[in-house]
Design a protein around this ligand. Structure first.
Ligand SMILES: [Zn+2]
Length: 275
């Protein structure tokens, strides 16, 4: 984990805490399968090491999407190295509604008492490179990594049942989200909320700072209810990320991205949870 959240919910990178005498209180930015914040207390590992990359660590909640990125070897693993190959890092986006998930040890969550048949640690032979080894990621966690600049180089995204695509072909900052390039495509857009207009169906049209062609994000009533957003004013100044379809309504010059179901997140989160 390369980024954590401070008490205000803003991202802090591992590089920003290097050299500090005392680590500030930090929390895991990850998301649990039900959409709530992991919020586990975070510490730093290998800060002084010249052999291992420094990182944040935490006792994550079950199903946290930051929990599986770097598996920590345990003593019994000594001598059991498995080739990882050079395949790119893949994130499988957690979009839509939560589904039953399987933990890194193959156990079905939340039934963690029943051992599974698979151990992820031993599934990385080259012959299985294309096997389903992508880490799951929520939009919320992706947003934290975008703001902190900790998106892995060469990242590929798996969205739904589509083939993996390079992240930079799908993710775009609002300032680059022009009609010319993105009209009628499905994309992940992010930026900072500068204001909003209510729609006639109790949704919000969010305006974004420096948005190309003044592209906005349409967040419907259901998405607002899921995020427990009752006061739209509180969104102004927050970062937002959404997955949806880039459209230009007939007769309008202002495009928008309509966030798909359960496919919008803010940073800092509007509702925080701490453990
Ligand atoms: Zn976590």
């Amino acid at each position: 984990m390369d980024a954590a959240l401070d008490a205000d919910g803003n991202p802090v990178t591992i590089d920003q805490v290097r050299g500090l005498a005392v680590l500030p209180d930090l929390w895991c930015p990850g998301e649990l399968p039900d959409g709530t914040e992991c919020g586990a207390k975070v510490w730093a590992t290998s800060l002084q090491s010249t052999k291992r990359a420094a990182a944040f660590a935490a006792h994550h909640g079950d199903g946290c999407d930051e929990g599986s990125e770097r598996s920590k070897d345990i003593p019994g693993d000594a001598g059991h190295e498995h080739p990882q190959g050079t395949r790119p890092i893949q994130w499988r986006m957690r979009l839509g509604l939560p589904e039953p998930s399987t933990g890194p040890d193959g156990r079905r969550r939340p039934d963690s008492k029943r051992p599974g048949q698979l151990t992820r640690r031993y599934r990385t032979e080259p012959a299985q490179q294309e096997a389903d080894t992508a880490d799951q990621r929520s939009l919320s966690t992706m947003l934290v990594n975008l703001i902190a600049g900790t998106i892995p180089a060469g990242l590929e995204l798996v969205i739904g049942t589509r083939d993996p695509v390079p992240a930079d072909q799908v993710i775009v900052h609002a300032r680059d989200a022009t009609i010319a390039t993105w009209l009628d495509t499905d994309l992940i857009i992010w930026g900072k909320v500068s204001g909003y207009t209510r729609t006639q169906w109790d949704g919000l049209m969010l305006r974004l700072v420096d948005a190309a062609d003044q592209v906005a994000i349409l967040v419907d009533k259901k998405n607002l209810a899921r995020l427990q957003i009752t006061d739209a004013d509180t969104l102004v100044g927050r970062h937002v990320i959404a997955y949806g379809h880039y459209t230009l309504p007939e007769g309008s010059r202002r495009p928008h991205v309509r966030a798909a179901a359960a496919s919008v997140a803010f940073n800092p989160r509007v509702v925080r949870r701490r453990r």
